[in-house]
Write a protein that binds this ligand. Structure first.
Ligand code: CA
Ligand code: CA
Ligand code: CA
Length: 216
């Protein structure tokens, strides 16, 4: 019985730890973990098409602006962005979050990107990956200069998927995305389970220690 209890505690700890480790939450921001689908011409600014080895361009924290001045074409800045450029119609990109994004008071999602002055893209959110709700649009910016645009889920909670879809085509309508981030949904169950599991493991070890002292 004690052995089963012990194994259950270990399983709970491993399960909770694995769940927390699978998602990229840095400094309280839940960044996109992977890309689940995208159209045929999604590419970085340099024109290299995105594939399974370069999906990191749009996952994790923003990483294109290496020197942090808001401009991504300095020497040393990285072309770790993906999006679309002029003539590529019907383009889209869907990013996935292992831990859902919460609908907190006010804005919930931040998209870091730069685009041409005529750019226009629709932004959608989904909890299950099949039912999408439009939460806003991205409009033109200044090429090379990152912009952080915020969106409100407005009642849609535990968002696991965000989709951006090209609207405007033609000159100066390209957009390149650096990162997608928001507030992770609270996970009291996992956190409590983890804390209780670690506490119980400590008690078990202590009882074993005392038993060995008494019997010795
Ligand atoms: Ca820079
Ligand atoms: Ca909100
Ligand atoms: Ca990036």
């Amino acid at each position: 019985m004690k052995y089963i209890f012990f194994v259950t505690c270990i399983a709970a700890i491993v399960s909770a730890s694995a769940h927390l480790a699978e998602a990229e939450v840095i400094g309280g921001v839940n960044w996109a973990d992977d890309v689940t689908d995208y159209s045929s011409k999604i590419q970085n600014y340099g024109g290299t098409l995105m594939d399974s080895t370069t999906e990191f361009w749009v996952t994790g924290a923003p990483d294109a602006d290496a020197d942090g001045n808001g401009y991504v074409w300095d020497a040393g800045d990285l072309d770790n962005l993906a999006g679309w450029r002029t003539t590529d119609a019907n383009q889209f990109l869907i990013v996935h979050f292992g831990i859902g994004l919460a609908d907190v008071p006010g804005d919930d999602l931040s998209i870091c990107s730069f685009g041409g002055p005529n750019a226009n893209a629709n932004v959608f959110a989904s909890a299950n990956g099949s039912d999408y709700v439009q939460i806003g649009a991205l409009v033109g910016g200044t090429p090379g200069h990152l912009s952080n645009e915020s969106f409100d889920f407005d009642g849609l909670s535990n968002v696991h998927y965000v989709k951006v879809e090209r609207v405007a085509t033609g000159p100066q309508t390209g957009i390149f995305f650096d990162a997608f981030g928001g507030v992770p949904v609270p996970e009291p169950a996992s956190a409590t389970f983890l804390a209780v599991g670690i506490g119980l493991l400590g008690l078990y070890r202590r009882s074993q220690f005392l038993r060995s002292r008494i019997s010795g």
